[in-house]
Design a binder for this molecule. Structure first.
Ligand code: HH2
Length: 261
């Protein structure tokens, strides 16, 4: 899953693809690098980020998705949003996957859209909301807590009519978690995989990699690769990254080693 942020303020690439033509060109490049899914987002969820109105989010993402669809991009288009109105317009423009970092808690009606249109979706764990989520996060047992949350959100989505086979789950690396929490989630990712749905991981360029390596955001690819390879070994199946080509190569080698192909 390649990240396509159409925002002025995303933590690693804010402002680079705000123009629709630049976003489409970057999306096509990610697809050529081998992304199966392009995750288009118009609202940054970095720690401390301020919310964006639906009108502004629509203004950012719809032209980019329309452009990707018109270009016949060879990847599934995902809309990274928490808002029903944004998802509806994105689907009309060609998106068939909804990535909601609130797991249908912000706008529960989003589950109805996903169900009615037969869309794929990702339900992610987040403690609190982006503005405050990094203020002293505490868990009894982070893996058990995240697993129980995802199990409950999976059941809620199925109860709302979403087909279980359309649902992917994500522990939400960096969303209301300390460095130790992120590492424990990655180390024990097999416990999340045991829920039986494909697991998505998003470690790409995140600040915990900077904490471990001392690297700035543009120099965190080695840490991104290490975490994705470990996640694959523990059973993850979707890898949300900014740098598709190098991560794809690393995962091809890791998968061949782990699975014998
Ligand atoms: N991480 C980010 C955004 N959306 N969605 C899922 N499912 N999993 C993630 O880990 C995840 C996500 C944050 O990364 P990015 O999009 O690069 O930054 P920003 O939120 O600042 O736009």
């Amino acid at each position: 899953m390649g990240v396509l942020n159409v925002t002025p303020d995303s933590f690693s690439d804010g402002g680079r693809f705000l123009d629709a033509a630049a976003a489409v060109a970057h999306g096509r490049a990610l697809a050529e690098e081998g992304a199966d899914v392009l995750d288009v987002g118009g609202e940054s969820t970095r720690p401390g980020a301020a919310p964006v109105s639906a009108a502004e989010e629509l203004r950012r993402v719809v032209p980019a998705i329309e452009g990707l669809t018109a270009a016949g991009v060879a990847a599934q288009i995902s809309i990274d949003t928490t808002k029903l109105a944004v998802a509806e317009a994105a689907v009309a423009a060609g998106a068939t996957y909804v990535n909601d970092v609130t797991a249908f808690r912000a706008e529960p009606e989003l589950a109805g859209l996903v169900a009615a249109r037969g869309l794929d979706c990702c339900l992610m764990h987040m403690r609190g909301e982006p503005r405050t989520m990094q203020e002293n996060p505490v868990y009894d047992d982070v893996v058990a807590d995240v697993k129980a949350f995802l199990e409950q959100r999976l059941a809620a989505a199925v109860a709302a009519g979403v087909a279980e086979e359309r649902i992917q789950l994500d522990p939400g690396i960096g969303f209301g978690k300390t460095l130790a929490h992120n590492l424990e989630l990655l180390r024990r990712l097999d416990e999340i995989v045991a829920l039986g749905r494909p697991v998505v991981v998003g470690t790409s360029r995140k600040s915990f990699l900077g904490r471990l390596t001392g690297r700035e955001v543009e120099d965190r690819l080695p840490g991104t690769i290490a975490t994705n390879v470990l996640a694959l070994e523990r059973g993850a199946s979707v890898f949300r990254v900014h740098d598709v080509a190098p991560v794809r190569d690393a995962l091809a080698v890791a998968a061949a080693t782990v699975r014998g192909r």
